[in-house]
Design a protein around this ligand. Structure first.
Ligand code: NCD
Length: 322
């Protein structure tokens, strides 16, 4: 694969957090903080993406990620194409590459892609023109880099550090790109106590999540935790026969107010959305005083602005002058 960074370390693409240094992650988080606005404040409006055309290619459902890439790119002055992919040419059998080449011919500079096929973002990086960037908005179960960044930005805002934190990630770890990217970001930033908590069948393969301890009882996994990140069960990535009973899952692994008392008093409760209330989390906890779930959404826009601005700065160096 071509590298995500150019020879000067500038971000060209973003499809994984793997290989990005602590300094590179910190620079994105710092930039994101400068773009973040509190609810009620006017949004930042800039020109960092003036003259840039960005295409959102979402081949899997998305609400937050797609809306926030759309807003982030418009707030920095880009032209944005949101393609309706259910009625698009790929549905008619055109190959992904032909779609990409067509959009490149319209001077698209940045492709944001979400796809259920592992390896698709990397495949695109290998085929786009040298001045074109690819950003993953979720690759199968493999990686969701901007989600990992918004999760660590949310943690940093409240905890001001990563070393010494106890972070429990609870739910369908096996199929979760969110968990994989959070684990990568946290371990790069210095968190050493990461716990993955799931029923045996939803734990990842041995050899994955090397920085984490494994738990099959939520009570043990969240004990004393500073952060509890809950995940949705990824039914779309399972055979129907593997479906768990929702009520039994909530009984054994759901986060309710009673269980939350096992975590640190200052715990942050996180969830990437979409939430299934009463399956992985109770409404009382999701809407309660320890929840930072809506802050995560706000940080998602800021982080995507930061990633886009970094990539645009690199692109400017690779673009042909008029
Ligand atoms: C997640 C995703 O699509 O990976 N959602 C998101 O991007 N906020 C998590 C999920 O779908 O459960």
């Amino acid at each position: 694969m071509r590298s995500q960074q150019d020879s000067a370390g500038g971000l060209r693409h973003l499809i994984t957090l793997d290989g990005l240094t602590r300094d590179a992650l910190t620079a994105i988080l710092d930039r994101a903080e400068s773009y973040r606005r509190l609810p009620g404040q006017p949004a930042y409006e800039g020109r960092e993406l003036a003259g840039v055309t960005l295409a959102n290619l979402f081949f899997e459902p998305s609400t937050r990620t797609r809306a926030s890439f759309d807003l982030a790119s418009r707030r920095l002055g880009a032209h944005v194409l949101n393609l309706d992919l259910h009625s698009s040419s790929r549905a008619k059998g055109e190959s992904m590459l032909d779609t990409i080449y067509t959009l490149e011919a319209m001077n698209t500079d940045v492709f944001v892609i979400r796809d259920s096929e592992a390896g698709m973002p990397e495949f695109l990086i290998d085929h786009v023109a040298p001045h074109v960037s690819v950003i993953s908005a979720g690759e199968a179960h493999v990686s969701h880099p901007t989600q990992g960044l918004l999760d660590v930005l949310t943690i940093r805002t409240h905890k001001r550090r990563f070393a010494g934190l106890k972070v429990a990630i609870v739910g369908d770890i096996k199929h979760s790109r969110v968990a994989r990217s959070a684990h990568q970001a946290l371990s790069t930033l210095g968190t050493t106590d990461i716990r993955v908590v799931a029923p045996q069948a939803l734990l990842p393969a041995e050899g994955e999540f090397r920085a984490a301890q494994r738990f099959t009882r939520i009570e043990d996994g969240i004990a004393g935790a500073d952060v509890v990140m809950m995940l949705r069960i990824q039914k779309e990535r399972m055979a129907q026969s593997a479906f768990l009973d929702d009520a039994a899952y909530f009984r054994d692994f759901g986060l309710d107010a009673q269980r939350l008392k096992l975590a640190a008093a200052s715990v942050l409760v996180m969830h990437p959305g979409p939430m299934n209330r009463g399956v992985e989390i109770s409404s009382q906890v999701a809407d309660g005083p320890r929840s930072v779930i809506r802050e995560q959404v706000n940080n998602g826009v800021a982080v995507r602005m930061a990633v886009l601005a970094s990539i645009a700065a690199t692109l400017t160096r690779h673009r042909r002058p008029l």
